[in-house]
Design a protein. Sequence first.
Length: 262
Amino acid sequence: MFINLIADYGIGDPAFAEVAQRLLMALPSSQISLLSVPPFSTLATGFWIAQLGLNPGPSDRLIYHNCAPRQDDAEPRLDNEGEGLTYALLPNGVKVVGVNAGYTLSLIKDHAQVLHTVKVSRGGSQFRSRDVFPTAAAAIALSDFSLLGEVLKPSQIPDLPNDRVAWIDGYGNIKTTIPAHTLNLNPEAKVVIRVGDVVSDAVYSDGSFKVPQGTLAFAPGSSGWLGTKGEEVRWMELFLRGGSAWERFGRPRINQVVTRLN
């Protein structure tokens, strides 16, 4: 089995090793890939659950995710209780197990063929993704569904905002949650983009490299998948050829608002 472990522990944090060990106790022949998202960033978590889960990969796959800001209740927590565990089955057979918090399930909620709560403790440890959840995740990965609870409806999960920074890649490209199909612009049209408090001119492009060196492009990026009706879903990206769009916009954080001003 191939396991994508997505969590906000931090790059290089030994927490990844601890959780991987627990998963491998129950799934010893598995291969685990680690993906670190910023602290409490349920939007980035949801983005990568969809990007990895809805695109081609090994046939036997589990996405195990943990980003639990414990923001579902502002009152003091008893026994480290947090958001509950959920299970989703994607159309390609990928199983997704993780905490339902913020936008973690927003991008897959309309794709999921099965969407359930999982009947495990919501408390019991500060480190639930190591101490509480792996046993349930492994059981589901092995098609033991005895822990499944109530059905979750897509309407119970928040919609993804269509105007945010979703990810900053290693080249400084800014991936956004703006769907490419919502724009009706001619190639090479001049646009003005605000990210957070910084405004910059850009050029709309139908392919990022179809702009001169040093030009900021606003173009459909490399992220996307097939929609629920088989349509292509692509997300707009800010790309500075020969530089960093992230630096150009003052190093914005994930979830900051992206606005086209013209």
